[in-house]
Design a binder for this molecule. Sequence first.
Ligand code: ATP
Ligand code: MG
Length: 211
Amino acid sequence: MHTIIIANPKGGSGKTTLATNIAGWLAGKRQRVVLADFDAQRSSSRWLLRRSEHLPKILGWTPDQNKRVMLDAEPQWMVIDLPAGIHGETLRDAVRRAEIILVPVSPSAFDMDATRTFLAKLAEYKAIKEGSIHIGLVGMRVDSRTRSAIELEEFLKQYDFPFVTNLRDTQGYVHAARDGLSVFDMPRSRVEQDWEQWRTLTRWIARQTAK
Ligand SMILES: Nc1ncnc2c1ncn2[C@@H]1O[C@H](COP(=O)(O)OP(=O)(O)OP(=O)(O)O)[C@@H](O)[C@H]1O
Ligand SMILES: [Mg+2]
């Protein structure tokens, strides 16, 4: 099973948006996917409850459930949505499970400050130093016409961890969150630009997990 964790201690950085859309992408490719919600706010679990049963299936799981519930489904992928403020042992535990860690970062000084500290912490982990866990940085809510988009890009490019893609600032993600959808469940005419940005990320994930 491939495990992707979505982490950034900064609240509202885009973790659940990334997690739900990745789960939607995998489900659309007819993969058996578990969306594991480690956040007590249960945002991704609630998103799943709003998801139509006619859409590609995603199995939800929360850590208070028996592991068997999930393992019996023989998932090929587990996407873990982590809470804000994660640190210490909880972070260490989550990192231990990961094959890929995706870090969403929004274009603001507050977000970049928090991410700087977080990435320094991650860089101390042995598995990450050795390169056995792949870390990808994702710009979230990026309006390419703004100065802050350039600042975010400069910030993300200074790391050895790859800056994989930007996802644009669009109401499409807000509507998808409300309706239990991913951008992969929406009509092409509405999300063509988003699919283009996602293609870079999905190809990157496919490359890391093919090795
Ligand atoms: N690319 C985007 N364009 C527009 N809105 C976005 C985008 N990405 C995220 N959002 C919105 O920003 C808000 C925060 O995103 P999200 O809930 O995914 O962050 P989070 O990191 O999971 O937050 P928390 O730390 O509270 O769990 C949500 O309302 C979401 O719909
Ligand atoms: Mg969240």
